[in-house]
Design a protein around this ligand. Sequence first.
Ligand code: GDP
Ligand code: MG
Length: 440
Amino acid sequence: LSEKLEGAIRTLKGSNRITEVNVANTIKEIRRALLDADVNYKVAKDFTDSVKEKALGQKIQIAVEPGQMLVKIVYDELTQLMGGTKQDINLSGNPAIVLMAGLQGSGKTTFSAKLAHYLKKQNKRVLLVACDVYRPAAIEQLKTLGQQLDIEVYSEPENKNPVEIAQHAVEYAKQNKYQVVIVDTAGRLAVDEEMMDEISRLKETLQPSETLFVVDAMTGQDAVNTAKAFYDRIQYDGVVLTKLDGDARGGAALSIRAVVDRPIKFIGTGEKVGDLDVFHPDRMASRILGMGDVVSLVERAQQIFDEKEAERINKKLRQNQFDFQDFYSQIQQIKKMGNVKDLLSMLPGVGKMVKDLDIDDDAFVPIEAIIQSMTPQERENPALLLTHRTAASRKQRIAKGSGRSVQEVNNLLKQFEQMQKMIKKMNQMEGSDGGRLRRM
Ligand code: GDP
Ligand code: MG
């Protein structure tokens, strides 16, 4: 999904604004990428309609490419679609009871162990309960995991009544001061009445503080249908989306929230029980987009970049009229955006390059001092310092005023001249390439 979305957004790169025409193509491609990733048709359509509306209504930030802008819009919408903010598990009650539901092979037993381990690390006393009574191997599987993690597993191998086992386990937990009871249940290969009856009886009897529906992300559209079938019967509180480490196309994460009004709370990204992944809609959105930190870069630029000022400078650049005042004002803008190195490293592909570079905000100090010592006329008319007959004495005066050497003043002037030449060249270049360079 990320590759396709990237491709879709790339088509916008290089164009200077988002228009009805170029956005329509991109939107079409985004919709196709979503459908290919098994996102439900209605969800994909609503999603792209909303992105389109936002994109067209958006004032383009001069500091930011339209393609990047669209990434930001898509990112915001994806985050919203997946529930907006992270949702915590409810562990109220003494003991708190967490009930697992889901088809066979979805990852209930594995996730039960992961969750137990996660809570144990938070210093909670956790009891795992084996309620899959149909396969003897199921009890063994949970016991083995429990041993690995040093977590007690409650089971009654002879008892075939899961509701009874669970009730006994809760009694046992109360007596032994366990704080959380995690009830692992049996699943079937497909949704069937017996399984649904059993899980709803368990839910009614235990009154868990949290019922989690566990589903295999690799099953695509089926994951959404199963989620709905379970939800109609047992109104669970949250979803666990497992096997996102495989070649899962991510569509399930996007559709489920829209189809059942319940948040994804955890994801599974491996068979190992060591780590539990709490689901963060925003992080999942970046993962789907796979666009480095473009999003945070755009956010920062949006917050800080003064659009009018950027427009003014851009205009002067185009007319080859860039002067010291503009130079100074750009330095101020860059400084407002924070550490220059940080900022550069957020650009995809640039990150590694700047790591070893020696750039910091102090680099601007001498430049600022020198420009500040220029008269307004000198700032607006650099020729006074470059070619005018009074240039030499002016430079001396500036050096004195700024506490810098004439050599340093000369260096800055030389750099400025080179910059002017570059700007001229850029302006001679045709089309959007020049525009892009200018913005940089
Ligand atoms: P249950 O039948 O619902 O209890 O499912 P299990 O917990 O026994 O898991 C079924 C299979 O999926 C096992 O082989 C697990 O190791 C595997 N599994 C579970 N969660 C994940 C996951 O997040 N990623 C991967 N790759 N495999 C998983
Ligand atoms: Mg199991």
